[in-house]
Ligand binder design. Sequence first.
Ligand code: TYM
Length: 323
Amino acid sequence: MARILTGVQSTGTPHLGNVLGAIKPAIELANDPANDSYLFIADLHSLTQIKDGNLLRNNTYAAAATWIACGLDTSRSVFYRQSDVPEVTELAWYLQCMFPYSRLGLAHSFKDKSGRLEDVNAGLFGYPMLMAADILLYDAEKVPVGKDQMQHLEMTRDVASRFNHKFGETFVLPEVLTRESTMYVPGTNGGKMSKSQGNTINIFDDPKTLKKVINKEIITDATPLEDPKNPNSSVVYNLFKLVSSENDALEMANALRAGGYGWGHAKKALLEAIVDGYASERSRFNELMANREEIDFALAQGSARARVVASDVLSRVRSKIGY
Ligand code: TYM
């Protein structure tokens, strides 16, 4: 039995990178009876970027609907909203007091934005310690994430070790779980798919919008239709192989290499793979967003279950510190 934990921010509707890099792998682990799992919407982390309550709430629904639409069985996992478990902010404070300021300054989440310090709030600086608290508060053992979160996991292990060293064994040191094939899903411009880059694909979009995004935003080179092309250096193919069967991907790779198969053909195949491949997720997502009581109910139950474990671990921490 392993305890799995992961979270997704509520900064928008989760995109294909979130789905393939974290949500689907976490659901597979959660549905395995050998594991118990803690899956949550990191709406406190989102506050570092979003200051509009309505938008935050809406995004939280969209993130929750994504988990459920992608196949999460909410009765088997502890599925909750981060802000419903206030214990996490207390633990984050303790961890911040144990961690060097200079190391937090090296976090990519902060460094990427530190060029414009006037836009950086203190929450963004302390972000990795809130994430460490998310994980350590539940004695999580395995944390499935994309590549961009690996540094945060190292910081989590670091602060847990420092605490254990100073106060005696308190925290479980979590392991990061990544999948080579999906830990870095490219966006439409070839860089990492990320909301802040504006290069995302939203699998729940209607087919017309998806068509526009795929045709207009995915970059291709100017190789003429009849010429052979290198599939591996193309964004369309690299995305296609993530959303299609091995056979279909091989067929496309061969067609591109042979020539006479253009980027337009490849984009059409990618569009079909996303529209058809995620049809049931799309309709479930829309159903949940139109009827949010089901989400409210699942999150309320999950939060109550999460708090039982959280308050237990937090008592352990308080007494170790000497409160
Ligand atoms: P967030 O919300 O940015 O992303 C959620 C998950 O999606 C993964 N991901 C990707 N994977 C592959 N390719 C991509 N292009 C891609 N983009 C995003 C992320 O690696 C992540 O696993 N700080 C976290 C949320 C968080 C968390 C936690 C995660 C808060 N507390 C505790 C795990 C454990 C974040 O901002 O993820």
